[in-house]
Design a binder for this molecule. Structure first.
Ligand code: DC
Length: 220
């Protein structure tokens, strides 16, 4: 039996990470942040003085790099060339580079394979840009979170980050490979006004209505 997957896509700073994390805790599922994987490769490219927009350099890096994902205690740990990149991936430098590297098809292919493998290890709440449209098209638990652009930009500022969210969304939506778009069968969720707890509760209810395993939900 395949493990269930809840797919949560949406633009930058739509609140999807907070909601996905809460939902995973409520369901006792493993939370997967796929943006962190693209950020990790952006970090490694910059470490090696590579241009994150250069397809030839990045596809070489994708071939050379050793990338391992492990699941423990409801979380995923990354190791990229033997280093946990997590402490290095939330900087303004990475915010500025990540959409460029995320447009490179060879990187996307590699990461999609790794993301799909995680389903063999645990039930998942996976968030990103292409989870419902590419990675797990078959799941019936598919959501697209969005929020007013001004609200999203102010969220990032409150987190103390400079992040051109509108420009990043524009780049993510305009790329040829797996552009940011809502899957035809995804449920849109407006995250402008509700807080993360309310949104997670709403999504949980929809998942239950769609038959998400009562046994998992009873772990509440
Ligand atoms: O979720 P985030 O802001 O940390 O994502 C960083 C970037 O990675 C985002 O600008 C686009 C890219 N990304 C992607 O292309 N596909 C995903 N599944 C997740 C993120």
């Amino acid at each position: 039996m395949l493990n269930p997957v809840v797919a949560i896509d949406g633009p930058a700073a739509s609140g999807k990470s907070t909601v996905a994390r809460k939902l995973a805790a409520l369901l006792n599922f493993t939370y997967v942040d796929t943006g962190a994987m693209y950020r990790a490769f952006a970090w490694l490219a910059l470490e090696q003085n590579l241009d994150p927009a250069d397809r030839v350099s990045v596809s070489g890096l994708v071939e050379r790099a050793k990338f391992d994902l492990t699941v423990s205690g409801g979380a995923v740990r990354m190791a990229l060339d033997g280093t946990d990149p997590a402490p290095f991936i939330r900087s303004e430098r990475i915010n500025a580079a990540v959409s460029k590297i995320a447009a490179i098809p060879e990187l996307r292919e590699r990461l999609v394979i790794e993301q799909r493998k995680l389903r063999n290890l645990a039930p998942l709440v996976m968030e990103g840009r292409d989870i419902g449209t590419v990675v797990f098209t078959d799941t019936v638990f598919k959501f697209f979170l969005d929020a007013d652009p001004a609200v999203r930009a102010s969220r990032r500022r409150q987190q103390g980050q400079t992040d051109a969210v509108a420009a990043r969304d524009q780049a993510d939506a305009a790329r040829a490979a797996a552009p940011l778009t809502m899957a035809a069968d995804a449920i849109p969720v407006d995250a402008t006004y509700d807080d993360a707890d309310q949104i997670a509760a709403k999504i949980l209810q929809i998942c239950r209505d769609r038959g998400l395993s009562a046994a998992k939900v009873e772990a509440l």
